[in-house]
Design a protein around this ligand. Sequence first.
Ligand code: GLN
Length: 245
Amino acid sequence: MKLTLYHLYPDLLDFYGDRGNLLTFKARCRWRDIDLQIHPVSLGENIDFTQGDILFMGGGSDREQNFLIQDLSSRAQELKQAVEDGLVVLAIGGGYQLLGKYYQTVDGHKVPGLEIIDYYTVAGSKRMIGNVIAKVANPAHSKTDLNTLVGFENHAGKTYLGSGLSPLAEIVRGYGNNGEDGLEGVRYKNVWGTYLQGPLLPKNPHLADNILRAALKRRDYNSDLRMLDDSLEIRAHKAIVKRFS
Ligand code: GLN
């Protein structure tokens, strides 16, 4: 079995080393004899997203978002079509914001988004920084008994989901989308959007597998992933939940 992952703008969107999450995807695939090919995509590079299985976008500062939006906008139609066709997407922080309608910076400047999903983001005056514990809204498919996500956030943008959209999770501790409505991230078709930066997947191996399952299922591969020994990861996860809840 072979899967193709496109990593969008690895040199620009890598807040907190978000690219490390790809090592988790890669290892969890390798341990199950799945050949995961990772292709970095830079500004101006011609890519046919319909050929990919997974798209990964990390976080970035307002500066980087502004810098890459011209290139990203030129791909908007194609990306929208790919998402509607079930492309699996993991988008974090700034990458997550860019899938929505717009990101308005503190000084009122509106960075247009891809308008793929119905939400918008407005920067507040206070940065939302710290540890996050969130209850997964829909733990279906996860074969572990974990129904939480743990991670770290650092953003000024407050994201507001359109009505009818599901969040990825509900906040137990931390700010999540905006610090107001208790929601964290978004789940739309095969898209996972989140503010959890850095080692999201090592800390949440059940999330990594749910995303991989979606990619396998879309290709009609057997998505019944063999269980791995995640006992250490699960112990670490539970210890964090206990400490911060
Ligand atoms: N620039 C955005 C913000 O500060 C996104 C930062 C991030 O990727 N966490 O809101």
